[in-house]
Structure formats: C-alpha cells, structure tokens
Design a protein around this ligand. Structure first.
Ligand SMILES: [Zn+2]
Length: 488
C-alpha cells in the first residue's frame, strides 16, 4: 500500500462525471453506409468488419454468460475480500472458466493484505436528554485496515467535525482522547443529477484520510459518516489509510443523530471494533489470453477486479466487471472470431485493499506496455452503459467513432475524455501511455449499494449487464482487430 495511490485514486474518483456525458454525441444514420467516415476510419472499419462488430453486439444482447458468472461469483462463492478463501476460490473459478473457453491462462502471484472483520458495535452511553438507564445503539462498520479497540471496547467523548478545517480548528486540546466523527455529507443532489462519482470523490476523502488526521491530533478512534446515498441505515466500508487507531463508518442516519446530540452537549460513546490484521498472503491476478492471429504480441486488455468488500457479495463491485470481460472472449469463441491482436482478460486481485494486483502487473509487464494497444476496465457497476470514459489521444478517439455507431442502438455512444485514468487497475498502464478506457454507466444509484451489505446479485439488471457486455466486447474486438494499432 502506498499513500500516493490513494491520493491518486481520490483524485481519479473526483474526476468522473456521468452527467457530463452528452447523448447528443450519438452518430447519425446506419453504420453500414458511412458517408461521413474519414479515409482512416474507412480503412480501419470496412463494412465487413463493422458487420462483425454488429454480430458481436447482437450475440451479447442474447447471451446470459456474464450474468451466470456474476451468479456464481456472488452466490456460490460469496464475498471475496483480499486474502480470503473466497478470493482464492474465485481465482480458481475464473481460471477454469477461461481454460474451458480455450484461452491461455496464467496466474500471476500477488502478495495481498489479509484483514478480517471482527465484532463491531457502538452505543451512546451519555447524551443530552438521555432517559435514565438507557443507551442508544449506533450502527457502524469498521473501515478496511482498521486497528482494533480493546476486546471490551473503549469509551470516550465524541467530537464532530464537518470537515478537515473544522478538525484543525478544534485543535489537539479538544481532540486528544476523543472519538472524532467526520460528518461530511454525500451530496445526493449531485448524484441525482448524474454526478455520483463527483459526490463520492468529495466525501470519500474523509474515509481515506480522516482517521489519520484525527490520530495526528491525539484522537483515540475515528468515525466517518458513511459515504454514499444508502437510505436504509446501512454503513459503507472501504479502504482507509492505516492510522494506528480504530476507524469505522457510522450510517448517515447515525451520523445525524450524533451530530444533533453533540450540538446540544456532551456525547459519550462505547465503541467496540475487533478486526484483525493477519500476515500478508499470496493471491493471484488471473490473466487469460485469446491469442491474436496476426500480432499476438500486441495486447488489448479487458478487465474488472475479482476481489470485493466483505459486507455484501460484491455484485456491482465488481463481479459485473469481471463477468463482462469474461463474456468478451466467450462471445468471440462462440462466433469463431479470431482477433488479430491478443485479447487479454484480466481479473485483478486486491483493487479494494491497496491495488497489489495492478502494482504487480505493472512491475512484471512494464517492458510490454509499448505493445499494450489499449486497456479497458469496468469498475463502476452494471447499470445501463452510456459509452466510454477515456484517456486516449484525440486522434484515437476520432478513429474509434465508427465503433460507437455500432453501439448506437443501445445508447452507448459517449466518448468522454478524462484527465485521469478511467479505472484504478489500469491507472499505472495509463500513466505510461497505454490508451485507457472505462465503461461509462448511469451511476445515479451506484452509491446506494457500493461497499455496503446491499451490494448483492439482485442489484444487477440482467438486460443492463448484457448491454455492458456488448459494449466491452464490441470495443475490445474492434481494438484488437482494426487495421492499425490505436494511435497513442
Ligand atoms: Zn471496485
């Protein structure tokens, strides 16, 4: 785990804006008659190739392969936190599936952290207006990597800070020995307007860096208001910088309760979190190649991350991404379409707990990055796709327009440029110049469920998952089979 990655990720998450996507970018007319195509587009996307892409799309929309993978990963295997037996089973499962499809499979060894959730309870022991001999239950969960309280918990007064500036102005005198609650509110209005990732980016800074900031001022524990728009008193977990103090997230409802009472007077809490940090362990990225017929050394990555948080079963985050990457090659094999370049499925390990999988891949494969033609990741859910979030050159984006015309019938025609890599696991590749694409989705409800106990299979709409599979497969095959390697 390194600090720069989390800072980077926070910046990255702040950068994504679904609402900036303009459906008006939809291409005009049938793609079979392309009067507006440039000579380079015509050379790279002759009618026969566009018809193949159209066949892939149609096959994807009639295929439940990805959904069946999500079912197995979430229901038969279950939650897949880094270092867990379920994460290992998921590695073996995906590797086997890829071998059955006839791909060349390698397991790339990754050292991962192994943190295990324990008991997590809290009560308000003392607060203004308290009825004699009663307490109030607080619903919370430990943040990933949190240290433990003593086995019987700790008792301390709570101070509320709405933001980092407020914490700073409270100062060491008022923070030492206390439990700090960060009460930064996730902006639901932004989310409703399609800017959920912006809202997330603003609030998630407190999850990442709040506990450390509180510890630096002498706090005995740090709590944050859960990040996201869940309205059913669900706490939201996620990665937090190791701060050396217990760190948790209370539900938005409980954050309101504590803040209201603390505004009236003293609030004292009993907090018990007993997670354990076990020794780092060995896990794997699953790397499965469908070798290119003409340029096997040139690689197009299609990917999602296999690990998940432990509260739910990791359906939208991110069994869906892995499943649609798997479906990309399943479709090509079923349709007997051999890409000219290698299509490489990667099921990344440890995106949630530090990104060891993507660091390891960058370390082991950086000498090949010049031949990595492009990398796609889907790690924003499974809702209706709008197109792509991209970090590619303007000339590359222009050259790919005919691919968007194939996706016009499902509405996935946006090509939204981003200054930041559109996926955490492809970030390092992108930083070295590999063209990077993420699937841009309608993310308005994503943070109702993300990292909560409600990230479960039922949140996936099968028809929307098929649209996502079509979007990744069409773009993956296009990048792997167009005449020229995508310009950088
Ligand atoms: Zn994810």
């Amino acid at each position: 785990m390194n600090e720069s990655r989390v800072v980077f990720l926070v910046v990255f998450l702040c950068s994504i804006s679904v609402a900036q996507t303009q459906p008006s970018q939809r291409a005009q007319g049938s793609f079979f008659a392309q009067p507006q195509m440039t000579p380079a587009q015509q050379e790279n996307f002759p009618p026969r190739f566009l018809a193949e892409l159209d066949r892939i799309k149609s096959a994807a929309l009639a295929d439940d392969y990805a959904y069946r993978q999500v079912v197995h990963l979430t229901e038969n295997i279950g939650p897949r936190p880094s270092g867990s037996p379920q994460a290992k089973a998921a590695v073996d499962y995906v590797a086997d599936e890829m071998r059955h499809l006839g791909l060349d499979v390698q397991l790339e060894e990754v050292k991962v952290p192994h943190w295990v959730r324990g008991a997590e309870t809290a009560e308000l022991m003392e607060y203004p207006g308290q009825v004699a001999s009663t307490t109030q239950k607080i619903v919370l969960t430990a943040l990933g990597g949190s240290t433990a309280t003593p086995a019987d918990g700790l008792v301390a007064d709570v101070v509320v800070a709405d933001n980092f500036d407020e914490l700073k102005s409270l100062g060491r005198d008022k923070v030492t020995g206390k439990i700090v609650l960060f009460n930064e509110i996730y902006d639901k209005t932004k989310a409703a307007a399609g800017l959920s990732f912006v809202a997330y980016g603003e609030a998630v800074r407190y999850r990442g860096m709040g506990p450390r900031a509180a510890a630096e001022l002498g706090a005995v524990a740090a709590l944050i208001r859960s990040v996201g728009s869940a309205d059913y008193r669900l706490p939201h977990t996620g990665f937090s910088f190791p701060a050396g103090i217990p760190a948790g997230a209370v539900t938005a409802e409980d954050a309101d309760l504590i803040a209201h009472l603390a505004a009236q007077g003293k609030v004292r809490m009993h907090l018990m979190l007993t997670p354990q940090k076990l020794p780092d362990t060995t896990s794997y990225n699953v790397i499965a190649d469908l070798k290119g017929s003409e340029h096997p050394e040139q690689i197009v990555v299609v990917s999602g991350h296999l690990d998940s948080w432990d509260l739910g079963t990791g359906a939208i985050d991110d069994a869906a991404g892995v499943a649609i990457a798997m479906q990309t090659v399943e479709l090509l094999q079923k349709l007997h379409l051999r890409p000219q370049r290698t299509v490489r499925v990667i099921a990344w390990m440890d995106e949630e707990s530090g990104g060891a999988g993507s660091h390891t891949y960058s370390r082991d494969h950086s000498s090949e990055f010049l031949h990595h033609v492009a990398a796609i990741e889907c790690d924003t859910g499974a809702a209706h796709p709008l197109g792509f979030e991209t970090r590619i050159s303007a000339s590359a984006a222009d050259l790919l327009r005919p691919v968007l015309s194939v996706l016009d019938s499902i509405g996935a025609t946006a090509m939204q440029p981003s200054n930041y890599p559109p996926g955490a696991d492809i970030a390092e590749m992108s930083e070295t110049g590999v063209p990077a694409l993420g699937i841009l989705q309608d993310g308005r409800t994503y943070f109702n469920y993300h990292h909560t106990a409600a990230d479960t299979l039922d949140k996936i709409v099968p028809s929307e998952l098929r649209e996502n599979a079509a979007t990744m497969a069409v773009m993956g095959y296009a990048l792997a089979t167009m005449k020229d390697a995508l310009p950088r």
